[in-house]
Design a protein around this ligand. Structure first.
Ligand code: A3P
Length: 353
């Protein structure tokens, strides 16, 4: 066990479960797990281990459920849906109906919700029993405390956090988070949308090896080069459009954008910015990281609650398939104007172009 000590002591000991004051709302495959794992090293940060998916899938359960519940992935997919009175479709994130984007065709490849009943998965064990969390992270990493609670108990002055990357593309999420607390701090880890799309596809491919190629999913019409913006792997990367949605409720200064690229090349630098944003003392510094050559990524010298080095699991830092360079170029051209808009909105050039 890597994370054994700290969290379990907190969850069974003193403290109160609180609603999160800060949420990592996106983006999928941006580096959200790395950011949360690094942040939880801070003594004043306590985080939910699994992705709660409250503001997209379980909102009808209410805030008290969100604050106090035990991890919902203990329930089977069918149970979870019955409890919610939701059809699998009704629980989908709004990524396919974002304003101004094509809503006509259903997703060609959909990321399976771990609590959704789907034909192929009916006979399989719930995600929790397969030893994986929603994002494919191994439970061996002790991402959940020993009581199986969603929200950790915190002491005065500690910040409660969670991360659910699908919030960023969920139409209802900004209003819902705003109505919980208008002062919620939001963090978005963004990454070159082209690499992000390939990473997203790689994750799907690892679960469903029979899906079509990235290239064929990218286009609505290969001859005309028309890109299928209804494919979630493409649509999630149109950051400017999604951000518009958040800015209807939250001012820019309440949203921090973390560069997924810099989180890899300079984790301490990005963590410095995040700690400042959260009003935390800069405790996490370059002394906490080392570059693991085998993993090819920065890792923690000591994980939270442990004295051992800790890298993220096998599902983080996958090898991507080679994608036809012309398709990559076409995608770069497609994203460029959206990226420019995003740089303008955030006042930060992420250097993807
Ligand atoms: P790849 O697997 O495509 O390389 P998320 O946690 O949001 O799903 O993001 C996963 C991505 O986090 C990985 O995508 C990887 O590139 C990135 N990442 C950032 N820092 C990392 C780290 N220290 N270890 C492993 N992956 C990291």
């Amino acid at each position: 066990p890597v994370h054994s000590g700290g969290l379990s002591t907190f969850s069974s000991g003193s403290g109160t479960k609180r609603l999160p004051q800060a949420i990592i709302v996106g983006v999928k495959k941006g580096g959200t797990r790395a950011l949360l794992e690094f942040l939880r090293v801070h003594p004043d940060v306590r985080a939910a281990g699994a992705e709660p998916h409250f503001f997209d899938r379980f909102y009808d359960n209410g805030l008290e459920w969100y604050r106090t519940t035990r991890n919902q992935s203990r329930h089977s997919p069918k149970e979870a849906l019955l409890r919610l009175g939701h059809s699998p479709r009704g629980t989908r994130a709004a990524v396919h109906s974002t304003q101004g984007l094509s809503t006509s065709s259903p997703p060609k490849v959909s990321e399976k919700c771990p609590t959704q009943a789907s034909k192929g998965e009916k006979k399989r064990a719930p995600v929790s029993e397969r030893g994986l969390f929603a994002d494919g992270t191994s439970k061996k990493n002790h991402l959940i405390n020993q009581n199986g609670d969603l929200m950790p108990k915190t002491l005065e002055g500690q910040i409660t956090m969670e991360k659910t990357p699908s919030y960023f593309v969920t139409r209802e999420a900004p209003a819902r988070i705003y109505s919980m607390s208008r002062s919620t701090k939001l963090i978005v880890v963004v990454r070159d949308p082209v690499t992000r799309a390939i990473s997203d596809y790689t994750q799907t491919l690892s679960k469903k090896p029979d899906i079509p190629t990235f290239e064929s999913l990218t286009f609505k019409n290969r001859t005309t080069g028309l890109i299928d913006t209804s494919w979630s792997a493409i649509q999630i990367g149109i950051y400017a459009k999604h951000l518009d949605n958040w800015l209807q409720f939250f001012p820019m200064k309440q949203i921090l954008f973390v560069s997924g690229e810099r989180l890899i090349s300079d984790p301490a630098g990005e963590l410095g910015r995040v700690q400042d944003f959260l009003g935390l003392k800069r405790i996490i510094t370059d002394k906490h990281f080392y570059f693991n050559k085998t993993k090819g990524f920065p890792c923690l010298k000591k994980a939270e609650g442990s004295s051992k080095p800790h890298c993220l699991g096998k599902t983080k830092g996958r090898t991507h398939p080679n994608i036809n360079p012309e398709v990559v170029k076409r995608l770069r051209d497609f994203y460029r104007p959206f990226n420019m808009k995003f740089y303008q909105m955030t006042g930060h050039n992420f250097g993807w172009d």
